[in-house]
Design a protein around this ligand. Structure first.
Ligand SMILES: Nc1ncnc2c1ncn2[C@@H]1O[C@H](COP(=O)(O)OP(=O)(O)O)[C@@H](O)[C@H]1O
Ligand SMILES: [Mg+2]
Length: 351
């Protein structure tokens, strides 16, 4: 029997392309070769697709890979992708990667893929809209407001005054649609505000301003089972920096993580898992996802960052929580492929 050709899409056009490379090569390395043929599909900074020879997968950066593309990789058209792969394991993160764009292309090509469809992927990226949906579903989210780039340019003093009247210091500013902590600032006093907003506006046209959450951060991987969201485990996060920064997330040895949690009481852990599953459903996520939030010192559980995909580096929440549930990386990857195939067989449209 011919093996299914699993295209692992990695790299991409977003601020998270290096994270994607790390995730993708780990998926490639751990793919069950008895069942699947792994095909590394690299998306370059222009969005063009290339089939990589396996030797290039272990290059250190996406820039290193790009230098070899013309000579060693095979350039394919978007349409040509369907001749190369039977299934897409999306290891892209961020803009054009898990925000509905690549999902739309795969839908047009009728290639089944990991994660949810176009709408839920876009929702997974937009922190403002997802808060509205979660709130309407009775799920706790931070107090927040949104600032448009034009509004900031034209009525800065007014907007600043409004913010200072609405939020106690510190508060948090972030691009509405980014990831990996890109552009996030803890604003400690009014002197910080201009720089914080400018930093967020580098990445997006709107800035989300949130109350500062004082408590323990958590992350919960969900894997779908028979159409229902099933939390794998819960991880408690203790960043080394003042918040969970890019370096804390990805530099080896930077951050303490406890799976299962060490300091969150067992009944709260169960409650968090229920809330995470509810958030997964409310946003229409499918196959898997990662729901992040805070257990506050005052006892509240808030969902702050639902993601329609997850990092998949060796020590990611995904593999750590899978291990806690008794699954080797290759097992959980195969399971995710199976679940995704079933979803695509049953669905009736791209959303
Ligand atoms: N309202 C908040 N209060 C306290 N810390 C926050 C808040 N929002 C974000 N952070 C910190 O910033 C990190 C990144 O923010 P997050 O909203 O999760 O965006 P991203 O999609 O980039 O992961 C979080 O993991 C957390 O440590
Ligand atoms: Mg986050």
């Amino acid at each position: 029997m011919e093996k299914m050709r699993v295209g692992i899409i990695l790299g991409g056009m977003s601020s998270e392309k290096e994270v994607s490379l790390n995730s993708g090569r780990n998926v490639y390395d751990n793919l069950d070769r008895e069942r699947y043929e792994g095909i590394p599909v690299f998306m370059d900074v222009e969005g063009a697709l290339w089939i990589l020879p396996w030797q290039l997968v272990s290059q250190n950066t996406t820039v290193d890979i790009e230098e070899h593309l013309c000579k060693e990789a095979k350039r394919i058209s978007y349409e040509g992708l369907k001749d190369e792969i039977d299934f897409a394991f999306i290891s892209l993160h961020g803009k054009y990667g898990d925000d509905g764009c690549i999902q739309g292309l795969l839908e047009l090509l009728r290639i089944p893929y990991t994660g949810p469809g176009v709408l839920a992927s876009a929702l997974g990226m937009d922190k403002h809209i997802q808060q509205k949906i979660l709130k309407a579903s009775g799920i706790g989210v931070p107090e927040s407001t949104i600032i448009q780039e034009g509004e900031w340019r034209e009525t800065r003093d007014d907007t600043e005054r409004k913010l200072i009247n609405s939020f106690d210091f510190p508060f948090v500013t972030k691009p509405t649609r980014e990831g990996s902590s890109t552009g996030v600032t803890i604003v400690k006093d009014p002197g910080f505000l201009d720089r914080a907003i400018a930093e967020a506006l580098k990445w997006d046209t709107t800035v989300l301003v949130e109350e500062y959450l004082d408590g323990t951060e958590f992350s919960c991987i969900i894997l779908e089972e028979d159409g229902e969201p099933l939390p794998l485990a819960l991880t408690e996060i203790h960043p080394q920096s003042e918040f969970y920064t890019y370096d804390d997330k990805y530099m080896p040895g930077r951050c303490r993580k406890f799976t299962p949690p060490k300091n969150i009481p067992a009944d709260v852990v169960e409650h968090i898992k229920e809330e995470a599953a509810r958030a997964f459903k409310a946003l229409g996520f499918r196959s898997y996802g990662r729901i992040d939030g805070f257990f506050l010192k005052d006892g509240r559980v808030l969902i702050t960052d639902p993601n329609s995909s997850s990092g998949m580096a060796p020590s990611s929440f995904f593999f750590e929580q899978a291990a806690c549930a008794g699954m080797l990386p290759s097992m959980v990857i195969s399971r995710l492929i199976e679940i995704s195939l079933k979803i695509h067989r049953e669905k009736k449209g791209p959303l």
